[in-house]
Every structure is written in structure tokens, then in C-alpha cells.
Design a protein. Structure first.
Length: 158
């Protein structure tokens, strides 16, 4: 797949079709919720045992992992790339900057889904859980994203 040929619909269909437990996180999750942010990559948090499923599903689209599944499990993350960049987190839990542990299983249980195209739903953490994922690194843009998520949450509760 050459640069410029990326088909986001096909990409999300492949992710959905893998049958794994895959959460869209990062700024693409904010975009899926309708927030006005920009990003050039995709970030997923997946179940520890679903690495092979996701890789196999995206292989026909030209995505190549930078680590073997065993290496990815040891490091807790890896990258899938073709003309696009996909960061994949597969740690069972991740500490926030405040030292609290965020567990994948808990976020998966509470997940929400948003429709993306015909017959495809994208799994996302809840707004509160997305805020927690933004506390994994707490960069300046994460702080801005947290403010947007809090505003979205306030608007949804009215």
C-alpha cells in the first residue's frame, strides 16, 4: 500500500474483523467522539493475548509490526506501520502520572462503542477512562485533550 492509498474505512473494518479486544485510544478516539483535534497516527490498547489477531487482520493492508508478539508482550507495546503509523499498547495495566494503575480489563468492561461506517463499531474507553489514558504521559497536548473530554462529559450530562 503506497502513501496516499490509505483507506480508513478498510482499516477500521480490518481491526473490527480481527475479533480481538481492541480499544481505540489517543486523539483518534477523541475524533471518533467528535472533538476537534488533529493527529497523524492511531493508538490502540489491546488485550495481551490478541496481538496475533490484530497483526493478522492488518497484514493484508501492508501493516508490518516492528516487534514479534513475544517481544511486544515483554515490552508492553509495539508499532504497526505501512504508510500509516499505529502505536499498540498491550500492557495488562499502565500507571498514570499520579501512580494509579489503569487496567485494560477494567476499561474493556466499561467500554463504549461508536459507529464507523456500515456494520462497524469502534470500541473506545469511556470518557472518564480516556481521561485516565491521557494521564499515562500527561504531555501538554494531553492536558488540552483532558479539558476537551471534561467539556464533552459536562455537555453529555445536561
Amino acid at each position: 500500500m503506497d502513501a496516499g492509498e490509505f483507506d480508513e474505512d478498510e482499516f477500521f473494518r480490518a481491526v473490527f474483523a480481527c475479533g480481538g479486544r481492541v480499544l481505540l485510544i489517543g486523539r483518534q478516539a477523541l475524533i471518533a467522539l467528535g472533538l476537534p483535534v488533529l493527529t497523524a497516527d492511531y493508538d490502540f490498547w489491546i488485550a495481551f493475548e490478541d496481538v496475533e489477531r490484530l497483526n493478522a487482520s492488518l497484514e493484508p493492508l501492508g501493516f508490518v509490526p516492528n516487534r514479534s508478539p513475544e517481544e511486544a508482550r515483554r515490552t508492553g507495546r509495539y508499532v504497526l506501520e505501512n504508510s500509516e503509523h499505529v502505536d499498540v499498547l498491550l500492557a495488562r495495566s499502565v500507571p498514570t502520572v499520579h501512580g494509579e494503575q489503569a487496567a485494560f480489563e477494567d476499561m474493556w468492561t466499561r467500554r463504549q462503542t461508536v459507529p464507523f461506517g456500515e456494520g462497524v463499531d469502534i470500541a473506545l474507553p469511556t470518557i472518564d477512562d480516556l481521561i485516565t489514558t491521557k494521564l499515562f504521559g500527561a504531555r501538554e497536548r494531553d492536558k488540552a485533550d483532558i479539558a476537551l473530554l471534561q467539556a464533552l462529559k459536562r455537555g453529555a450530562s445536561r
